[in-house]
Ligand binder design. Structure first.
Ligand code: PEP
Ligand code: MN
Length: 334
């Protein structure tokens, strides 16, 4: 909601109103143009009676903004957000690749993959320490030991790390040890987790839920930003459809749609988006052509033995070739 203020509204009265609105739980952003002065309200305005605000004497008129998200929307923040992590930039024309195994399995496995993906030009190492598996009997990840191995991989390669946080139990460890906190597809609408993670004010990669709309993804990002996060990246990782030829249906149109609606960087995950390693390259290249700000790709040194997501994991050699092609597509679209 936007309150358009009267031309002669006094600063003291505006500050008083702004404080009252903040006490009511809104995030208030003042917008001052040459001829207009407005207060933008972020928060749930659905219960607000417009006429009530109309009675405030410094308010000239009220506009309901159609989108329910304010902090993630382009309306109040037209320029692209550029996120900088450990010397790597993402967004606003800066492109980054996050690569590594689905799960951290051992020191030997992770370090070997980390060295290979770095040599191929990856900017971040990905690796799950806590894994959200469909079956309770499947490998659940190494937990905190996995985080230690990721830290070791960061130290050896200099690449920042990204890993999934599944619940509120390890907020402290993730805040301290991880460069980008990944919120997985299954947790996209875990609102209490989003609020807590937002408060850490750390970079977050928010994955689109298995059956969530783009607007729901944006609202989930709004939770993170309302909590305090600023460096939020959105990730298209495929959605559930009737199609069974692929693990998920990668919705690449989400990339330009999101760019239109939000200033946040958009990352594409062609690994979970397709489920098969031979589909990763074409969809990764298509994502780059569609304007993605980055890719997150699963790479394994022995995909046939991987404890998680082997069928969709690239070997380091295939990843290396893909990175060269990504560079070429980026040159063409630049
Ligand atoms: C992952 O990145 O390994 C993962 C589990 O992703 P998603 O949440 O998209 O399924
Ligand atoms: Mn995976």
């Amino acid at each position: 909601m936007i309150l358009i203020l009267k031309q002669d509204a006094k600063t003291e009265a505006i500050d008083k109103l702004s404080n009252q609105l903040q006490e009511m739980g809104f995030i208030v952003q003042e917008i001052k143009g040459e001829h207009t002065h407005m207060l933008g309200l972020a928060g749930d305005t659905s219960h607000i009676d417009r006429d009530q605000f109309g009675r405030i004497d410094i308010v000239d008129s009220i506009m309901k903004v159609s989108e329910p998200y304010k902090l993630v929307g382009r309306k109040f923040h037209p320029e692209d957000t550029v996120i900088e992590i450990g010397g790597q930039k993402i967004g606003g024309g800066n492109f980054a690749v996050m690569a590594g195994p689905c799960s951290v399995e051992s020191e030997e496995q992770l370090l070997s993959i980390a060295r290979d993906v770095k040599a191929s030009g990856a900017n971040f190492i990905r690796g799950g320490a806590f894994k959200p598996r469909t079956s309770p009997y499947a490998f659940q990840g190494l937990g905190l030991d996995g985080l230690e191995l990721l830290k070791m991989a960061r130290q050896k390669t200099g690449l920042p790390i990204i890993s999934e946080l599944m619940n509120n139990d390890y907020l402290e460890e993730f805040e301290r040890d991880v460069d980008i906190i990944q919120i997985g597809a299954r947790n996209m609408q875990n609102f209490s987790l989003l609020r807590e993670v937002g408060q850490l004010k750390k970079p977050v990669l928010l994955k689109r839920g298995l059956a969530n709309t783009i607007e729901e993804l944006l609202m989930a990002a709004e939770y993170l930003m309302a909590g305090g996060a600023r460096d939020v990246m959105l990730c298209e990782r495929g959605i559930r459809t009737f199609e069974t030829a692929t693990r998920n249906t990668l919705d690449l149109s989400a990339v330009p749609v999101l760019h239109q609606k939000t200033h946040l960087p958009v990352i594409v995950d062609p690994s979970h988006g397709t489920g098969y390693w031979h589909l990763v390259e074409p969809m990764a290249l298509a994502a780059v052509a569609a304007g993605a700000d980055g890719l997150i790709i699963e790479v394994h040194n022995a995909p046939e033995c991987a404890l998680c997501d082997g069928p969709q994991s690239l070997t380091p050699e295939v990843f290396h070739q893909l990175m060269k092609k990504i560079g070429k597509i980026r040159e063409v679209i630049a």
